[in-house]
Design a protein around this ligand. Structure first.
Ligand code: GLC
Length: 432
């Protein structure tokens, strides 16, 4: 017997279909830490006091930020939604909040970077999301805890005058500002809870944030919004970081992996590791094959520009997406176990084989004998021929004849790997 809760759940699922279809989004970490250029948590890592940290606000120029160009780059790279850090742990607000002057109003009068983002990305056709840090290392009422830049000081003395209830009201007030000032917000990404405590000091979680109330307010203001899972109460999806969830089987809860190019989220000239475009694309198609999404991060610099590493990745992905969009967008898991080195996604009667390695001539498709109507490459539409089936008991010259195992299908690949970031073979299947 369906209950009222089932109906709500069903309509919420429907509301979030855009997310499941999109598969790929852009994360944008940007704020005064881009001036320091050594990780978005530089304030914590170096134990910087709020007053001293404020100078990064003074030099946060954002003069070259071109939200339209970034939205266009995201769209062309195959992304269909984006999430901007409206406020990160340093507390600085990218919008002119009425509740604090630690915001763009301080150094960029007349600018509203949240507004610029929302307008440009929405106009380009992307869904818009905001990241909001529950932590706030600048706010005078946010008590010093085990993940606070001032945790090395006299914590009791520092906390004596701090009133966390007042901070909670501030947090709720800011979320209301964000959800009432910019039209439809599709996605709210809270970050993060640590109710279990950290480094020997009590932490903060659902109780401190007033998560139940907050989530109710969020859903009242934006009934169709998607909310993540970091309020220490369940949300609409889970958001593992820089790794794939264990044993994702396509049937579990909605999920999205967020990923960086360099390891840092904020602009960081000291982070020298780089993931290649190919690695990132492999992760995206793997997420798709397991029913999840990927949110790929860029960290604009202090002037608002995205660095070469990120523009190169976006350009590579654009080239690939221009030819292969259908193997990701609207695609999902298939009920078939592909051979190793192959990531399979599907939709309807199509299966897309993403070839992480270039097989030596033959690609065996276990159990698909008689099911493949046609096989071709996606990038150029060219046919991939099937190996002739021979009677495995017949006498054969092993040097020239390839034997397709009974029940399996086999494709004969050209010797030369197609010149694309990740080659994909499309199978058109006959019904079972
Ligand atoms: C972590 C980090 C934070 C980053 C976030 C992205 O929670 O604390 O700096 O913004 O991951 O998901």
């Amino acid at each position: 017997m369906p209950t009222a809760d089932d109906a709500v759940e069903k309509s919420r699922r429907h509301d979030h279909e855009w997310f499941d279809r999109s598969r790929f989004g852009m994360f944008i970490h940007w704020g005064p830490y881009s001036v320091a250029a050594r990780h978005e948590q530089v304030m914590l890592r170096e134990g910087i006091d709020p007053e001293e940290y404020e100078r990064y606000g003074d030099y946060f120029d954002a003069d070259l930020f071109d939200a339209e160009a970034l939205a266009d780059a995201a769209w062309r790279a195959g992304m269909r939604y984006a999430v901007l850090t409206a406020k990160h742990h340093d507390g600085y607000c990218l919008w002119p909040s009425a509740l604090t002057d630690w915001s763009v109003a301080r150094n960029l009068p007349g600018r509203d970077l949240v507004g610029e983002f929302v307008t440009a990305f929405r106009a380009r056709g992307l869904r818009v999301g905001l990241y909001y840090s529950l932590l706030d290392w600048h706010h005078p009422d946010f008590t010093v805890d085990g993940v606070h830049p001032q945790r090395g000081g006299d914590v009791a003395a520092l906390n004596a005058s701090r009133d966390i209830d007042r901070y909670r009201r501030y947090l709720h007030g800011q979320v209301v500002e964000l959800l009432t000032g910019y039209g439809t917000i599709d996605y709210l990404f809270f970050d993060f809870s640590y109710g279990e405590g950290r480094n020997g000091l009590p932490g903060k979680g659902a109780e401190t944030w007033g998560s139940e109330d907050l989530l109710r307010t969020v859903r009242d203001l934006q009934p169709h919004i998607l909310v993540n899972d970091r309020l220490e109460i369940p949300g609409d999806l889970v958001t593992p970081e820089q790794q794939m969830p264990a044993a994702a089987d396509g049937t579990a809860q909605r999920w999205e992996v967020c990923q960086t190019i360099s390891g840092s989220w904020g602009y960081d000239t000291t982070a020298l590791t780089r993931r290649t475009s190919q690695q990132l694309l492999e992760q995206l198609v793997t997420a798709t094959s397991q029913g999840g999404n990927m949110l790929l991060n860029v960290g604009p610099d202090a002037r608002g520009r995205v660095d070469r590493a990120a523009t190169d990745v976006l350009a590579d992905l654009s080239e690939w997406f221009a030819l292969h969009e259908r193997t990701v967008r609207g695609a999902g898991p298939v009920a078939w176990q592909p051979p190793s080195g192959v990531v399979a996604t599907g939709a309807g009667d199509r299966v897309w084989l993403h070839l992480l390695q270039w097989p030596h001539r033959h690609l065996i498709l276990p159990g698909l004998r008689g099911r493949v109507r046609f096989a071709r490459f996606v990038h150029d539409g060219s046919e991939v021929v099937r190996a002739a089936h021979r009677d495995p008991s017949a006498l054969m010259n092993e040097h020239t004849v390839f034997r397709v195992p009974v029940g399996d299908e086999a494709l004969v690949l050209p010797v030369v790997r197609p010149d694309v970031l990740l080659p994909v073979v499309e199978l058109h299947l006959a019904p079972e």
